[in-house]
Design a protein around this ligand. Structure first.
Ligand code: ZN
Length: 167
């Protein structure tokens, strides 16, 4: 193969992920069994297609946008912030143990004392252990009920929990 052809080929390969993204397949939102996508009236322009005498920026004049209608299994991304008993000192490398019907699993907090997991609706008993303190609690994730417009971030909705360890 000629060097020029090779160059073009490698450029094309480099660009493949961005092309796929803009064409669509990688832009699909994260979905689970039972989730649905529905066209609904655009909340920004209330279906007029206009916002402040300009084309509505959310629906781009189409009057409708895609909404995610959550099913019973749609996870929530739970971000936990773990603090020492004083309530202000973050606790890195705290050992976390979770229990669920699907099995047990372990996590460790990062350098900012945080952990995160995509959790489907349910109750997750959790134990935290660290030199600064311990905690035994239950993380409860309720099913989502509110349809939300689909943004470009194709992720699950996020919630932040604070956990203060006990001595
Ligand atoms: Zn609109």
């Amino acid at each position: 193969m000629k060097p020029k052809a090779l160059l073009i080929l490698s450029l094309l390969m480099m660009m493949t992920p961005s092309i796929l993204y803009w064409v669509g397949p990688l832009r699909r939102p994260a979905m689970t069994d039972g989730d649905r996508i529905e066209l609904r009236t655009c909340p920004t322009c209330a279906g007029s297609g206009q916002s402040q005498n300009k084309q509505c920026p959310q629906c781009r004049g189409k009057k409708e946008v895609q909404f995610m209608v959550p099913g019973p299994h749609r996870p929530t991304y739970v971000e936990g912030h773990v603090y020492a008993p004083d309530g202000v000192t973050v606790v890195p490398e705290a050992k976390l143990q979770f229990h669920s019907e699907a099995g047990d699993w372990k996590h460790t907090t990062d350098e900012r004392g945080r952990f995160g997991a995509d959790l489907p609706p349910g109750k997750y008993p959790m134990e935290v252990d660290s030199p600064q303190g311990k905690l035994s609690t239950v993380i409860e994730v309720l099913p989502q009920t509110t349809p939300t417009p689909i943004g470009l971030d194709a992720t699950f909705p996020k919630r932040v929990d604070t956990y203060i360890l006990q001595k």
